[in-house]
Design a protein around this ligand. Structure first.
Ligand code: FMN
Length: 356
């Protein structure tokens, strides 16, 4: 392994990515309150360890929508990865396959879903932004199905484009933003259209971008196999709540009728155990994934995932837990963050904010 810590991966990524790309990978919308609250909410939970339990064997494996996963995490969908590393989304898919993890391929990244599927044997999911009419959806989902993607994530927290001010200050926007085609369909998305998609897809669906128990329950009633709690890493609605702070109520409202995924600020093994203890099936890794790619493509991403695995093993061993199903709320308590929360607050030797 080239890197011992994810600290070093981020330092390298910041050196490699040019200013505008770094602004794209690390920023949130407007005041960045939602993004910072993602970390603040994680930083506001402490762990209550138990001792004198034999932890010589620790099992980190789980199932996500019935598919085996070596760890309780998956690679969250990320657009425009081709500007971060030449192999783009291929690097993520291959790293996921190597590590026995699920990749949710973004519908907005390159290479194409067919090119990725051709050499990829492991189970993987696909994410769509609905940017066209029924015919457009049928065409796209036909391709997704033909290429054996196992579940479909529909992202629903992007009805309107947000102002991501780091990018605006850099005078730059990623390829997906430059292409305004089909924005009206994002704005017009509704439960009716979700139902149409469900009929066309006829397989497991993930409702990505849920922040309330009300919408989680509606998702279950509309057949979602997974409710994906997310505020898009704080890149969409500003002044939202931190993701993990809404997780427990959503898990309670779902009542086991669907799996619950969560993302937003997860960069450490200790972050992940908190979500599992609150009832999540798995955690999505967003920015940390992109930072690793910027540090060194597929190899650095695999390195980063190994570090997360190591951190998870350490956390569980020191908590007195040997498998994920033993984790529950009794292992957590409230705490005051030890310092200001921001996108780098899990890495105390790296400042947050824009590189100027
Ligand atoms: C650079 C970047 C690109 C993203 N692209 C997508 C995308 O194409 N589709 C999507 O549903 N979410 C996208 N997201 C949101 C992530 O899937 C995820 O919800 C978020 O990054 C989680 O928060 P975190 O970055 O704090 O881990 C993107 C996030 C980032 C940082």
């Amino acid at each position: 392994m080239e890197f011992e810590t994810n600290h070093e991966i981020i330092v390298r990524a910041r050196r490699n990515a040019n200013g505008a790309v770094w602004d794209y990978l690390a920023g949130g919308s407007e005041t960045e309150t939602s993004m910072r609250r993602n970390r603040q909410a994680l930083d506001s939970i402490a762990i209550r360890p138990r001792v004198l339990r034999d932890v010589s064997e620790i099992d980190l494996s789980t199932k996500i929508l019935g598919f085996p996963s070596a760890l309780p995490l998956f690679l969250a969908p990320m657009a425009s990865l081709q500007i971060v590393t030449p192999a783009g989304a291929m690097a993520v898919d291959e790293a996921a396959e190597q590590k026995g993890l699920i990749n949710i391929l973004s519908g907005h990244t390159q290479p194409s879903l067919e090119e990725i599927a051709v050499n990829s044997l492991h189970p993987k999911f696909f994410q769509i932004y609905v940017r066209g009419d029924r015919r457009w959806i049928e065409d796209l989902l036909g391709r997704v199905k033909e290429n054996q993607y196992k579940a479909l994530a529909v992202t629903v927290d992007t009805a309107v484009y947000s102002n991501r001010e780091r990018q605006m200050m850099a005078g730059w926007s990623p390829p997906t933003r430059r292409n305004a085609e089909g924005r009206e369909y994002l704005a017009g998305l509704s439960w009716e259209i979700w139902d149409q998609i469900a009929k066309i897809w006829d397989g497991p669906m993930i409702l990505k971008g849920v922040g309330t128990p009300e919408d989680a329950v509606m998702g279950v009633e509309h057949g979602a196999a997974a409710i994906y709690v997310s505020n898009h890493g704080g890149r969409q609605l500003d002044h939202d709540r931190g993701s993990i702070s809404v997780l427990a109520n959503i898990v309670a409202a779902v009542e086991g009728r669907a799996e619950v995924f969560v993302d937003g600020g997860f960069t450490r093994g200790t972050d992940i155990v908190k979500a599992i203890a609150l009832g999540a099936t798995a955690v999505g890794i967003g920015k940390m994934q992109a930072w690793a790619l910027a540090a060194g493509g597929q190899a650095a991403l695999e390195n980063c995932l190994d570090i997360l695995k190591d951190e998870l093993t350490i956390a569980m061993g020191l908590m007195g837990v040997t498998s994920l199903d033993q984790l529950d709320k009794s292992y957590l308590s409230k705490a005051r963050p030890v310092g200001p929360s921001h996108e780098m607050s899990a890495f105390p030797h790296i400042p947050g904010g824009r590189l100027t």
